[in-house]
Design a protein around this ligand. Structure first.
Ligand code: ADP
Ligand code: MG
Length: 744
């Protein structure tokens, strides 16, 4: 507000304020006790939220009555009629008058009973609620009786004396005209897709858990039941009959338990889908102490494991039954009992998550994460050419071979002077550690996902994160979240499908930005990649400087480079504490680089790019302004960790030329180390097999990472920049697609 106008407006504002506080006397509204029928109807609306919630209550009552057969008939999505018949123990004649009054139950007497309650029901509210929002008729007969009784109820009250009637064993409860007196709800329900599919889904879930009970569910007047299960002793049979063969044949059994009374006590059994199961959405059927419940946290935890391990099958089918001491479960936390609260929920979830992860990894369908670390430490030009071949680890036989689209663009690199190859002393985390840390890092990923704010407390970092979170392109976000990865179209473009569209996505740009974003999100909370031997900054910097201008030779030039290197070393040593604390980049007092951060779980960057990165830290980071400093370091890390094409040309296309032996080097090698005679040398492969194997490894590994790490992680964490829609990161052009396929 401008100063002048403020002055003129001030008195006016004050007047208004005065007017507001001026006591225009208005009597406070009188508080009165609501009529019971109003109270009951309000409560009923909460317990019976929609037809499917009424069905759930009725089926649970039947289960509580020890039924072995339960059948459900539904008309008009449940609005016209819900009828649940069972063969349970029935209801006593003398209980019928109070059956549908609020808070009448046979299952609980004292509040403490809740601690050990085994039955589904306990509040004595369900039947009462139904009579407040619908017309209820109960027919029941107890064992040994000659005839049954039928009674009708409204607003909690039995309308007339129960009438004797013929009946088969058990109880049948009919709810008609649900929500007849709640116009708004009835209208919304009539407008929305009806509840019948939800009811079928509910019965399917019950049917695969309570396998000693047979269930059926049909539409009124329909000859065929939509759920039909017979009592069985095999869970898998039950799943097969309810969810079909395609689900049942792709399931693996899973178990987990904990009996440490100090932390959590539970036992979990279930079935989870394997990599062959491709679902449209995740199906999670969860029973806790035999109650059908939902648990968002557990569902997310399982989901993330699938995304990380089986991205193509990331919408799994899960059935789990968890049993824990009843005193560890609070069943009374939700009006429809849809959720329960567990003691030590976090620990239980983590244990189950580990069980799922190890089960998925062990199932032979699934590739293990170990490959990456093995891979990262083997492919090396330097090692190939300078080390004795015998000392080298053979390329992992597990390394996935991928079907590659030919590549036509060669990477230019000087094969005779592969400076910058560093595997000689850079080794990634030993695989045993990687195995343990992988789970820990998945967990930390989940924590971050749940609570991203916790990770950054410096405002400058928060500001940078806010920029990411507030400027993303929502269309691209949707594409990335829901796309299917098809394969690599060339060295930098992945082919992805979203709905009916094909796109080319530049994985270098995407991974660079993803890494940048993750550095900021994980700020100061990094796990470490330990280098087996600390690498002297001096060597790294000299390598990088040498690569920068290969032509300039000579003493003078060398001196200059040494000076530049020395200055950078001093600078980085000075900043070492900050680099370690905030970015997990560890430089020891002797000027050696010894640790790097884990930016994406399971992913190790290409160690050949370390020199470039170190030089970039020295040269490109602006150390003066805190925010810009963090931003530039994150960008340097992003560039280093990005999934660039490997430096070795791709051997599956024209790149193969690169691996042809040259005559001179052939002679030299044959005469050098081995005692092979000239004939042997002649029949020797015309390619440098080891180098070729390294290259194949490196490329296959990269593609594996793109498919199994990059895309799943992007689905979870990535916020695509608005600029990516127009800067060539995403290409939807058919022309470009055709060009690529023409070359194949
Ligand atoms: P709750 O299940 O919490 O006890 P309900 O209102 O659902 O409350 O049911 C009230 C009582 O009616 C139950 O405690 C039970 O004794 C009896 N009841 C309800 N449905 C059945 C049934 N299908 N078979 C036998 N008894 C039943
Ligand atoms: Mg009940």
């Amino acid at each position: 507000m401008e100063a002048g106008s403020a002055e003129t407006e001030q008195p006016l504002e004050m007047e208004v304020e005065e007017e507001e506080v001026a006591p225009i006397y208005k009597e406070p509204p009188k508080i009165k006790l609501l009529e019971e029928s109003v109270v009951n109807r309000i409560a009923a609306g909460e317990v019976v939220q929609r037809p499917v919630s009424a069905v759930k209550e009725l089926v649970e009552n039947s289960l509580d009555a020890d039924s072995t057969s339960i059948s459900v008939v539904v008309k008009d999505g449940g609005l016209k009629l819900i009828q649940v018949s069972d063969d349970g123990h029935g209801i006593r004649y003398e209980d019928l008058p109070i059956l549908c009054e609020r808070h009448t139950t046979s299952k609980l007497s004292h509040f403490e009973d809740l601690q050990t309650i085994q039955s589904m029901g306990f509040r004595g509210e369900a039947l009462a609620s139904m009579t407040y929002v619908g017309h209820v008729t109960v027919t029941t007969i107890m064992k040994g009786q000659l005839h049954g009784y039928r009674a009708t109820y409204r607003d909690g009250v039995m309308e007339q004396e129960p009438k004797p009637c013929a009946a088969v064993k058990g109880t049948q409860i009919m709810v008609e005209n649900l929500f007849y007196n709640m116009i708004a709800r009835r209208k919304t329900l009539q407008n929305s897709a009806d509840d019948y599919p939800k009811i079928v889904d509910l019965l399917s879930r019950f049917a695969i858990h309570h396998i000693n009970v047979s269930f059926s569910c049909r539409k009124h007047g329909a000859a065929r039941a939509d759920v039909h299960s017979v009592a069985t002793s095999s869970r898998l049979d039950a799943i097969r009959s309810v969810y079909g063969v395609s689900v049942a044949r792709n399931l693996i059994k899973i178990e987990a338990f904990d009996d440490e009374s100090s932390s959590s006590v539970f036992k979990m059994e279930g079935f989870i889908s394997n990599s062959n199961y491709i679902g449209k959405k995740i199906t999670m059927v969860l029973f806790i102490n035999n109650r059908l419940v939902e648990c968002g946290a557990l569902k997310r935890a399982v989901e993330i494991v699938y995304s990380a391990t089986l991205p193509k099958a990331s919408k799994p089918f899960i059935y789990m039954s968890i049993i824990l001491p009843s005193e560890h479960v609070d069943v009374n936390v939700h009006p429809t009992k849809r959720e329960v609260s567990l003691l030590h929920q976090e620990i239980i979830i983590e244990k189950i998550q580990s069980a799922v992860e190890s089960r998925l990894r062990n199932s032979n369908e699934c590739r293990t994460f170990q490959e990456q670390t093995v891979d990262a430490s083997t492919s090396s030009l330097l090692a190939t050419q300078k080390d004795s071949p015998k000392n080298r680890t053979p390329p992992s036989s597990q390394t996935p071979k991928s079907e590659k689209v030919p590549v036509h663009k060669m990477v230019r690199i000087d094969s005779l002077d592969p400076a910058g190859r560093l595997h000689a002393y850079l080794q990634a985390t030993p695989s045993s550690q990687a195995d343990k840390s992988s789970l820990a890092s998945i967990r930390s990923a989940i924590r971050q996902r749940r609570n991203p704010r916790e990770t950054a407390d410096l405002t400058s970092v928060q500001e940078l994160v806010n920029i990411i979170d507030s400027n993303y392109h929502s269309g691209l976000l949707d594409t990335i979240r829901n796309c299917t990865y098809i394969g690599m179209a060339d060295e930098v473009f992945a082919l992805i499908q979203h709905n009916t569209h094909l796109y080319l996505a530049n994985v270098v740009n995407l991974s660079k930005e993803l890494m940048y974003q993750q550095v900021l999100r994980r700020f100061a909370h990094f796990n470490a990649i330990q280098l087996s031997d600390p690498a002297p900054l001096a060597d790294l910097l000299m390598l990088a400087l040498k690569e920068e201008d290969l032509d300039a030779e000579g003493e003078e030039n060398y001196d200059l480079k040494e000076k530049i290197a020395e200055m950078n070393i001093q600078l980085l040593k000075q900043k070492a504490e900050m680099l370690q604390e905030y970015f997990g980049i560890h430089i020891d007092t002797n000027g050696n680089l010894s640790r790097l951060p884990v930016i994406l779980d399971q992913y190790t960057p290409d160690m050949d790019r370390v020199p470039e990165f170190v030089l970039c830290l020295g040269n490109d980071v602006d150390w003066d302004d805190e925010k810009i400093c963090f931003q530039t370091i994150a960008a340097a890390l992003g560039n280093f960790y990005a999934m660039h094409p490997p430096l070795l040309p791709n051997p599956s296309g024209e790149g193969l030329q690169f691996y042809k032996r040259r005559v001179s080097s052939n002679c030299h090698q044959a005469g050098g180390g081995s005692s092979k005679d000239a004939d042997d040398a002649a029949v020797e492969s015309e390619y440098d097999d080891e180098l070729l194997a390294d290259a194949e490894n490196a490329w296959a590994h990269r593609e594996w990472s793109i498919q199994h790490i990059l895309f799943p992680s992007m689905r979870l964490f990535f916020k695509p920049l608005t600029s990516m829609a127009s800067n060539g990161t995403f290409v939807a052009s058919l022309e470009k697609l055709y060009k690529i396929f023409e070359r194949c």
